[in-house]
Design a protein around this ligand. Sequence first.
Ligand SMILES: [Zn+2]
Length: 224
Amino acid sequence: MSPEQIDFRAEGDDAWYSATVELDGDVLRLKYCDFSEKHDQILKAGDFKSLSEIELFEDRFRPASVQAQDSECSKVLEGDVVCASSTFENDDLRFYDALVDGVEYHEHARKQGEEEECLCTFILYWLHGPKAGNLTATTIGQICQIQPSGQIDPKVASFLKLARERFLVNGSPALISKGNGSPNMQHKKRFLQCLKQTGYFQYEVFYFLSKKKPVFVNLINETT
Ligand SMILES: [Zn+2]
């Protein structure tokens, strides 16, 4: 059985790549699909400098996104966050997340004996990467649907557990910085954590700040 593919957001260009992982003791080998072994990334559980660094690393993983099919284009809706490909410098095809800003639905082409062809146009608002903040028109072929985060890959989970153990004493963080203990701060942290769990909180703030009224910012101020 071939190892399960996951999506990994690379540190260099912040683009999403299909990858598989291998865990050997406390060493995680990240293998980029369609790239040679020399691009493999080797990570040691002991290399992380803080719990927050581990958390940022964890955020780089998610289940593999699924290519949207021509016949199912009506499932891609305005307001959805999708993972989309685009060509960047040197005709490089890379994947970044984008918000579907609008959809122009058109009747699909149906040739006898062939699958239907989607002729709709999707307007994407890029959330990160070289086109961040820009709108582009694209077709269904460039769109992948992001899968619910759900469970993290078991090998990645084991690796993160090992990495976190260094920073934990009796199951609690070994280092607690001053000032974080106030109830107000705790409340704020919990609230932000809750928003974060709903997914794309940062993207939404970014999107609304740049395009519409900063509704999320008001929301945060009211609760502090
Ligand atoms: Zn269509």
